[in-house]
Ligand binder design. Structure first.
Ligand code: HDE
Length: 699
């Protein structure tokens, strides 16, 4: 059992006192803090007499092999790591609940989707895809959005992403895709990034990836907060009703805080400032009671509806625009508890798209079909055997009973002699139930069904939705996409790969292709490949943007106020109170952690300026004594603090000293996004959005 007390300080060195045998810390008791504490034991329960010194034959050695306490401790430590996930290795998670607000009883028997008002416990894990577990939180990447619902009818896992489509159409290509995006095997970089030759080489030869690549180059791939991302089940699933009838369904999570992304420069600076930016943001929000919330919405459609779509809904590189099939909100998810232990829960949680409950079934999407195999397979290795469902975070919270037995790390002690079925010896043994059991939708195979390794003709259109996505973006978001393609391709050393991508982009949008070609310094536009199907000009879908979908609120936002020696306490207080009242979290930043304000009294800041760049906040303010502002204007870090806030299009409440000295040093010309700190209401209002007009001026 782990003691919750502060650890004892490191033992003092006995160097220079070779003769003095010592126990513990200078022979003193090791635990300073008072109160009762459990006696430390080995894993076998043997009390440990000394946790500082190994057993020696004499005070200066040698060590003794019989020291079972040392050996046990080191052996366990040696085995503390398990294989990290081959994808989605870096994750952060939280517990919470799902509450159904609208019943889907017309379409499904699944209780989790029919019992209105019922709260089902969930465990939700967010992740980046490409980087290893020790990589950073803010690379340009897709985010995983996996939810385990502990329903009364067993666990249902909705294992999705924050982008509604995927790179490939067939599971056969997944290992290739991941090998291409991960670190190049001969050199071991880049970590957590797609801006390199092998990724772009692969996608340049896989036109089906063009739609998802467009999403990955959009602001969706650099979210501001995990609390502000959407989630998508991607594939069509089936809902199955009591009569065995079926409706197709796509699942969407929509964040209550609205959607928000960072600018690319901001994401880069966040990487330098805080590798754990997203996990910290999620953890801290939950810790202070700002529970993130999402709506669960569904798109429901029939086989006949699907036949009218200008694409095949079984192709996971396609989405169904909300304008064609509207979203119906059916519930909400609230994440209200941080994990107690990251390894036990976030690392050991095992999601699997094959975990569905009666009333929910799969579609024939070939990517989904491959996933149904992969997750259990990978978990057998990652979690060391077939009993990982017994790990608390994975165990169902409803009763379960089966005849599976033994295996590595069996934690249960099944009773009795019967571990088979049919059987007549144990009247209480579990039996299958036709009435309650999971029933697959009795889909009829088409009359002309033939076995074969084929791609249906209905999957051949690779560009129309990429075009639709690009054309649905606002002009600012299109600028960001053009810049992202240019940046990523500028990191590709192989000219023919760059050219192939620009060729594909001509099918997405000729002007986009031209901008990227210009950015890369190409003399002429490369030829576009022959498309396998006619490219359609689909109606744009404004719902696919982010910028208009930032909520007009300070709730969930984070604001910094910069103070220094001699700052005015009353003004700081008024600003802080006003911003907090509007729902934002305030961090008081200062050049030193303890400063003396104008009233002569000391104050502790929350963070030190040098380690807390303005990129970490949604808006910033300053309350500075003019002399201090003049002094700070000679500190490049302080000047960058304002320059970045301005260039990242954020509202700034700037005091007179800041305008005079720091703005001058940062060459900032105040605009509508710059207000007086005394104008608390004006700042609260300005801080709700970004000042996009500045980005137009930046060109
Ligand atoms: Fe995954 N994916 N995936 N994936 N996936 C895994 O399972 C795989 C795909 C997704 O937080 C692995 O336990 C294949 C689509 C998430 O623990 C692995 C294919 C979507 C997570 C695996 C896909 C996802 C994973 C790695 C193509 C969005 C993290 C470790 C056929 C709908 C879950 C693990 C967590 C994890 C395989 C494609 C989402 C290897 C073969 C599409 C969110 O089994």
């Amino acid at each position: 059992m782990a003691s919750r007390k502060k650890p004892a300080p490191a033992p003092r060195s006995t160097a220079g006192r070779k003769d003095a045998p010592r126990r513990g810390i200078g022979g003193e008791p090791q635990h300073q803090a008072g109160g009762a504490h459990p006696t430390m034991t080995t894993a076998q329960g043997i009390p440990v007499p000394d946790n500082q010194n190994s057993l020696r034959a004499s005070p200066r050695g040698p060590g003794l092999l019989e020291d079972f306490i040392l050996r046990e401790k080191i052996t366990h430590f040696d085995h503390e790591r398990i294989p990290e996930r081959i994808v989605h290795a870096r994750g952060s998670a939280a517990h919470g609940y799902f509450e159904l607000t609208r019943s889907l009883s017309k379409h499904t028997t699944a209780k989790v989707l029919t019992e209105k008002g019922k709260r089902t416990p969930v465990f939700c894990r967010f992740s980046t895809v490409a980087g290893g577990a020790g990589s950073v939180d803010t690379p340009r990447d897709v985010r995983g959005f996996a939810v385990k619902f502990y329903t009364d009818e067993g666990n249902w896992d909705l294992v999705g992403n924050n982008i509604p489509v995927f790179f490939i159409q067939d599971a056969m290509k997944f290992p290739d895709l991941i090998h291409a995006v991960k670190m190049e095997p001969d050199r071991g970089w880049p970590q957590a990034g797609s801006a390199h030759d092998t990724f772009w080489d692969f996608v340049s030869l896989m036109p089906e990836s063009m739609h998802m690549v467009a999403w990955a180059m959009s602001d969706r791939a650099i979210p501001r907060s995990l609390r502000m991302i959407e989630g998508f089940g991607i594939h069509s699933f089936r809902l199955v009703d009591a009569e065995g009838g079926s409706t197709f369904v796509k699942f969407h999570w929509r964040p209550k805080l609205g959607l928000q992304s960072t600018l690319w420069d901001e994401a880069l600076k966040l990487q330098a400032a805080d590798n754990d930016f997203h996990r910290r943001d999620l953890w801290e929000a939950i810790d202070r009671g700002d529970f993130p919330e999402w709506e669960l919405a569904v798109q429901l459609f029939t086989e006949e509806d699907a036949e009218r779509f200008p694409f095949d809904h079984l192709d996971p590189t396609k989405l169904i625009p909300e304008e064609i099939v509207p979203l119906t909100v059916i519930g909400r998810m609230v994440l209200d508890r941080n994990p107690d232990n990251v390894f036990a829960e976030t690392e050991q949680v095992a999601y699997c798209p094959a975990n569905v409950v009666p009333g929910i079934d799969f579609s024939n999407d070939p990517l989904l079909q491959g996933r149904l195999f992969s997750y259990l397979d990978t978990q057998l290795k990652r979690l060391g055997g077939p009993n990982f469902h017994q790990i608390p975070v994975n165990a169902p919270k409803c009763p379960f009973a089966h005849h599976q037995r033994d295996g590595h790390m069996q934690m249960e002690v099944p009773r009795g002699r019967v571990a088979y079925e049919p059987q007549s010896l144990d009247p209480e043994g579990p039996r299958a139930s036709e009435a309650r059991g999971f029933r697959s939708f009795a889909e009829r195979a088409p009359d002309d069904a033939r076995k074969g390794r084929v791609r249906p003709a209905s999957f051949a259109d690779h560009y129309s939705q990429a075009r639709m996505f690009y054309r649905s973006q606002s002009a600012i978001e299109q600028d960001h996409m053009a810049a992202a393609y240019t940046f990523e391709l500028s990191k590709v050393g192989t000219p023919h790969v760059r050219e192939a991508i620009v060729g594909h982009l001509r099918h997405v949008d000729e002007a986009l292709a031209q901008r990227v070609a210009d950015g890369l310094g190409m003399d002429a536009l490369p030829a576009a490949p022959d498309p396998a199907a006619p490219i359609l000009d689909l109606e744009p879908s404004p719902a696919l943007r982010i910028i208009d979908r930032m909520k007009d609120t300070l709730k969930g936002r984070s604001i910094a106020i910069l103070v220094a020696e001699g700052s005015d306490r009353a003004q700081l207080k008024a600003l802080k109170r006003g911003v907090e009242k509007a729902g934002a979290h305030v961090t008081v930043v200062a050049p030193k952690l303890r400063i003396r304000l104008a009233d002569g009294k000391a104050m502790d800041a929350d963070a030190q300026l040098a380690g807390t760049p303005s990129a970490m906040f949604d808006a910033v303010a300053s309350v500075l004594d003019p002399d201090e502002a003049a002094r700070l204007a000679r500190d490049p870090g302080a000047v960058d603090w304002f320059r970045d806030a301005f260039n990242h299009l954020k509202a700034i409440a700037a005091c007179g000293g800041t305008r005079k000295h720091l703005f001058a040093a940062a060459k900032i010309k105040a605009d509508a996004g710059v207000v007086e700190p005394a104008d608390v209401a004006g700042f609260v209002d300005a801080a709700k959005g970004r000042f996009w007009k500045r980005s137009a001026k930046q060109g």
